[in-house]
Ligand binder design. Structure first.
Ligand code: NDP
Length: 352
């Protein structure tokens, strides 16, 4: 059956494409520009034998701006027989300039409403499931990270509101855009009662290799992978200011991709929020993994305070419990060590 995948050029979405193809789905991806479509089709064709026989197993259509009015109507009207829709497109970079509302909130929220309403208007009789990529951002209560009695679960919602972006913080704007987009998706289902079932996937920090080595060249790493990439430019033996930076929870991009496909295979995942997570991490922990497992970087990058990682994580990372998700999916997460080793080895390979 046929799957429509929005934001198909993205870091996560390229892995989703791969996962869909390997499960035998036909994929129609939306991208902003024709060059992206051509490059991705070429890359996947080199890797997936089935595509060499039938190039139409993967096609692309252009949707330049997901937040524009009725952005997805034409695609849904002109693409017959779509059974599933995966909506991953959402602004996630901190380089774009402009009013935060236009850069983050509108594309996130309107983009989500646009895809859902296009599905209802033009494919209500065909589409069975819609999966929206939300984020742990829409669960996390940042003010509770150090309160060890506060457990983040599938039932919890982020307690921030758009007012908190007044200071101009792009990260806060991104976080709230994700929460509002997920809320908009559940509200749509409640009010519009479409035929499809909604599932949301909520990854925290996503790490792991790019789908294709060429994307691991230094300039082009996406926002979350760049956290790992930037550590390769630290100074031996120490670079003190770095190590308190990111303390949170993470997931491997390949698990995140799998979680987008599972709702298409397992009806129990309908109407659920799925938190996909491998565990707590800190920048110090990532450094420890690199120093321990990548001999060619030993003595070249920062060491920091290796023994400090566990304490930092116990203190500052959010407490979570995603046992509902694990109970439903049965997925055993890829461990952080593999995630980081695979990412770093790819970066080194790509930049040789
Ligand atoms: P990327 O930036 O690699 O992917 C984002 C995708 O969305 C790209 O295809 C991008 O197109 C597209 N996009 C963004 N804004 C628009 C817009 N206004 N109109 C049309 N297309 C747009 O990031 P990720 O792969 O990491 O993110 C994918 C999804 O996962 C997002 O919804 C993100 O919020 C979510 N997520 C990511 C996490 C992470 O740590 N990486 C954690 C939790 C959630 P283009 O490439 O042309 O810019």
């Amino acid at each position: 059956s046929k799957v429509l995948l929005t934001g198909a050029s993205g870091y996560i979405a390229q892995h989703v494409t791969s996962e869909l193809l390997s499960h035998g789905f036909q994929v129609v991806g939306t991208v902003r520009r024709q060059e992206q479509a051509d490059q991705l089709h070429k890359q996947f064709s080199e890797e997936v034998p089935a595509l060499q026989k039938n190039p139409f197993l993967l096609t692309y259509v252009l949707v330049p701006e997901i937040g524009a009015p009725d952005a997805f109507d034409e695609v849904l009207q002109s693409t017959p027989d779509i059974t599933y829709v995966l909506h991953t497109a959402s602004p996630f970079n901190f380089k774009d300039e402009g009013p935060l509302e236009d850069v983050y909130l509108k594309p996130a929220v309107e983009g989500t409403r646009n895809i859902l309403s296009a599905v209802k208007k033009f494919a209500n009789d065909y589409v069975k499931n819609v999966v929206v990529t939300s984020s742990f951002a829409s669960v996390m209560n940042v003010d509770k990270f150090e309160d060890k009695s506060f457990i983040h679960t599938e039932k919890v919602w982020n307690n921030n509101t758009w007012d908190q972006t007044k200071g101009g913080d792009k990260v806060v704007a991104y976080v709230i855009s994700k929460k509002e987009a997920e809320k908009a998706a559940w509200d749509f289902v409640e009010k519009e009662k479409p035929n499809f079932k909604l599932t949301t996937v909520l990854p925290p920090y996503v790490f792991g290799p790019q789908k294709f080595d060429i994307s691991a060249k230094k300039e082009s790493l996406n926002t979350s992978a760049e956290i790992v990439g930037s550590l390769l430019h630290t100074k031996y033996p120490s670079d003190d200011k770095l190590f308190d930076d990111s303390v949170n929870i993470s997931a491997d991009v390949r698990d995140v991709a799998l979680y987008h496909v599972l709702p298409l295979l397992n009806a129990d995942l309908a109407s659920k929020r799925l938190i996909v997570v491998q565990g707590k991490f800190s920048t110090q922990r990532i450094l420890n993994i690199i120093n321990e497992h990548i001999p060619e970087l030993k003595g070249k990058i920062a060491v920091g305070k290796p023994e400090g990682a566990a304490k930092l994580e116990a203190l500052k990372a959010p407490e979570y419990n995603n046992s509902v998700t694990i109970g439903l999916t049965g997925v055993d997460p890829i461990p952080l060590t593999k995630t980081i080793v695979d990412s770093v080895e790819q970066i080194l390979r790509a930049n040789k």
